[in-house]
Write a new protein. Sequence first.
Length: 126
Amino acid sequence: MAEKTTIKMMPDTSCSLFWQEDGTCCGDAGRLSYGDERNAETNVNLNIPGLREWLDEYMWRCLVPCEAGDTAPDELSRNFNWKDFHKRGLAFAAQVKKLLPPNVELLYCSPYEDASGIISGGGVVV
């Protein structure tokens, strides 16, 4: 039986989107790679329409303005539609999960800039 692996789906810097349990980036909107010392690395090509645009929306409307100091996190919480963003993100996560084997758990998490509380701190298992 294959060992269980957990991968986080959480937008972050440099268009990073997927994270291994040890905190290392393992993918973006186009690909996902995971593995450990005992298993060969597995590569998954993601050809999911709209995923790149969703990640770009986060980068340019949330991350960059906050990092540049142009938008305060509390202002972002008031002016960005986190509910719609997460609805779409969870739909993309469900599509990604279909491409993964059963022993890989996908955890959808809020990005750092989201103070809305829509997604719990521990994330949502997809």
